[in-house]
Design a protein around this ligand. Sequence first.
Ligand code: GPW
Length: 839
Amino acid sequence: MTQPLIPIDQCPIQIEDDRTGTNVETLKRAFADNLFYLQGKYESLATQDDFYMALAYTLRDRLLSRWLKTMKTYMEKDVKVVYYLSAEFLMGRHMGNSLINLHLYDRVRQAVEESGLDLDEILEHEPDPGLGNGGLGRLAACFVDSLATLEIPAVGYGIRYEFGIFTQAIRDGWQAEVPDKWLRFGNPWEIAHPDQAVEVKLGGHTEMYHNEKGEYKVRWIPANRVVGIPYDTPVPGYDTNTVNPLRLWRAEASDDFNFDAFNAGNYDGAVAEKMRSETISKVLYPNDNTPQGKQLRLEQQFFFVSCSLQDIIRTHLLRHPSLHNLHDTAAIQLNDTHPAVAIAEMMRLLMDEHEMDWNTAWRVTQKTFSYTNHTLLPEALEKWSVGLFEYLLPRHLEIIYEINRRFLEDVKRWYPGDDNLISRLSLIDESGEKYVRMANLACVGSHAVNGVAALHTQLLKQDTLRDFYKLWPGKFINKTNGVTPRRWILMCNPKLAELYNSKIGEGWLKDLSQLKQLEKYVDDPDFCQQWREIKLHNKRQLAQYIWEHNGIEVDPHSMFDIQVKRIHEYKRQHLNLLHIIALYNQIKQNPDQHIVPCTFIFGGKAAPGYFMAKLIIKLTNSVADVINHDPDVRGRLKIVFLNNFNVSLGQRIYPAADLSEQVSTAGKEASGTGNMKFAMNGAMTIGTLDGANIEIREEAGEENFFLFGLTAQEVADTKAKGYNPRDYYSSNPSLKAVIDRIAAGYFSHGDKELFKPLVDSLMYHDQYMLFADYQAYVDCHKQVSKTYSDQDKWTRMSILNALRMAKFSSDRTIREYCNEIWNVQPVPIEMEEYSQENA
Ligand code: GPW
């Protein structure tokens, strides 16, 4: 027997017809509506995931009118747009960010609570979209936040990896990698636009022909074609109507290409070929600061570059008859060399597909592109074997050869007879097997090249790119990195934000220099008390997390000494471990001596193929095991390795830190950005004169920074003189005792082999000069302990650090890029029809 249909007006679920409404009742109704119609669930049967999805759609709806209006305004006003090309965007969770940027936190919390749910639990249900490795990817995310906040027309272009950075598990102290299936439950923040798909060619060969005007032309006959489908995610500005797109491409097999194979009866072969095309956007390569020379990686780079450039050109041609003025509507930034093949692809598109002559195409290309370098490590400079390049991108190799020929001809005219100069500048490395040097291509094809901190830019000019600097000194410019204060103060440290708001209002969120006004409170006992309480609260919350995830009890009153970042020898997590073992040795010698109770917290992923980094993780956990359980220590030292460090874990960690470890070998860390997040949240820094540490110290005041170690110059000089780590080992009893303890198998149940590779690498090479900096580091830590014992002094230093970090807002960084590299202006978005009733 069939049930009679319930008339629509008696349905328990109301149709939500005002998807822009933001009062609590409307939000509740929208939430229930989405749960029913999009998740297909009754409330009684819904899971936390359903609630999360329903709330996410509720917020996305409220971004859409601004988003569409933003696009419409850009088209109508024909504005110049920044295109930020990056193989990585480490966005972190979207929901909290949308709540903040839409000013909806309180009302949504109320709506959710009145629906009988807990907002914090729902927020925790969002997977952390990890489409990046570390600093470089997170920088791109901070930049798109600042671009939208500053009302700059901008699009972030990248790859929609089906699997982001792996989830790190720890098994028996070792890192284990688990695939990150972040799209498992669907992604409510993105909108696919298959109508704007573009085709990308790969492989094959080139041939010459004459066009109808009788001109000599080249065409590329590809062996394969794939299709790029764009997926757009809204990037809302803080306190603006601007909502810019993050446009990520997914690879799909082209429908018609294997038609022949299908018809010839080779159905399975054709399907296999289809799968191969779709692997292009499958997985993020998990390497940080060391490239992977795999064919698939080059395919990824070319794939997203070609999709993005075709999209940029299409957009331009909607408003302009030709591409001669592309640089007036587009500024394309290359985030490191990962998208540098764009220089050749732009030349190909302009010449082969849009009939432009070489000289015009080259002028347009150079005026459109600029390039950011993010590393000084020579092994991190990307190069592709000419053989692979030719196989995959035969036309691009021809173009690169021609760029090179013309470029080197100029150089020969400017510096006749200097063959070494020629071979260093050449886009092709011919010292052995031939390689295309991507940094050289990016330098030649761009009008601006920037480093990411003052020291880094200086070393680029002197060292890594000195020959290019000699040719074009005006091209080189510094843009010190920054981070967004919305996520890295307001969102992660709400109590601190509340304290600021109570004193100076909310203006600091868009102008971080306003925090300087608070310096007058640095001697106010009430303010200092509140400051300490906030830090203690944050530390308690992290202690709770550590208890739940690691089963380790830590004392929130102990000093939280934290190092979180990718695991890399140049970042020297093992220097930190040497110091901890030295403290332990002291306790073993004299268990009753006074020491400042300290919790050492580590977090970070190792590239799966980087053996030494994985061994450092194993050593950290092994040292933790021994020290945490030694009764002589009496709980005064605790060591915690937090697994799966990512953006959302960072949001819990930075606000809870007393001490930030920034101990890279001077001259190796281009900038660092975690250093900024720690300092903004009131941590003191112990650090070397490297990357942005130097500028952090300058801003905070040198009396408010724990400095140690060799300078970049001293590192270079010491190496040049012939550095011998064993001299330090033999002459320093404390260092010797630390190394001997590891070597003796004390942390490996007597196994002397386990950590031998690490010990040997330090004893016989010590490429990153841990031994040279060891004593200075230990001494500096003594200074830290002494200062921490004087809580009034420490609080004062902590406050001054946090208040003086205005320079490290990514808003400042982006303003500089806009004015000095991109030549773009803000374009405010007017929302006539947007009702202000709820705002
Ligand atoms: F090697 N960085 C990174 F330069 O996170 F490409 N991944 C990378 O692959 C590279 C650099 C690359 C980091 C730098 O190590 C860090 O110092 C800097 O703060 C960050 O990029 C953002 O500029």
